[in-house]
Design a protein. Sequence first.
Length: 297
Amino acid sequence: MSKARELKRRIRSVTKTRQITRTMEMVSTSKLKRATDRVYAARPYAESLMGVIGRLIDPELQERYALLRKPETVRRAAVVLITSNRGLAGAFNVNLIREARRLMDRLRGQNVEVELHAIGRKGISFFRFRRESMASTRTDITDRPSVEDADTVIEPLRERFERGELDEVYVVYAQFRSALSTPPGVMRLLPVQAEVKEEQREAERRGGRGYVANYELSPSADEILSKLLPLYVRNSMYRALVETAAAEHGARRTAMKNATDNAGEMIDVLSRTYNRARQAQITQEIAEIVSGAAALE
């Protein structure tokens, strides 16, 4: 009887857990839709901005602007790691942290001094546990990042890069390809390396619509670049934030769906075990009654 009671308690416990995971899956699904809308809205603007800058840059301008200048020797680099503030998202944060450590080890192997800027409680907790020094930490950026959030993250680093205190700035983020595919990625924000995509060049060569090969510039390229370069850096940081937020919801939805399915399978197994135990107990009780009646005769 005690085994049947224990199984009954386990079934109730797993059922309550399944209700929680199913609710979290539904919440993540609703948030994922809004997050993907922000991602799809940010991508065309970023790609167009990259194409314009890529066509305006030439070797002469590249030496004139600090954001385009590539140092001969990289001595100091900043790594911005974006993780989530919450868990229950499978291996989402683990993969981002692993990618950041791989990047930092590679840079340090090249005798580059690395400073870490962590965004999100999960990344901060890991590196604090590892006793890794962090130049800055942020936990106030939510799963709905704004352009202002991106500006407060990248602006101090951009100013230090222009002063020559930093030689490179990287961001480790989650690339949102689909709800099921959110691999970690590394983007070098500084120095700016904007290039025209090959498909755009091919469309221009064939006279494709939507791309223009020649520009009439007003004002000059110098003035345009002075405005566009900081805007491009900020927009790249914003894109990394929104893609990571969407990837987080996708990873959490997948993790909660798997947990819900596993809980359902566990309930089925426990229910069958409980029924067998209950049936064995009833059979034993009937046998005892029959034996007792036979003994009285």
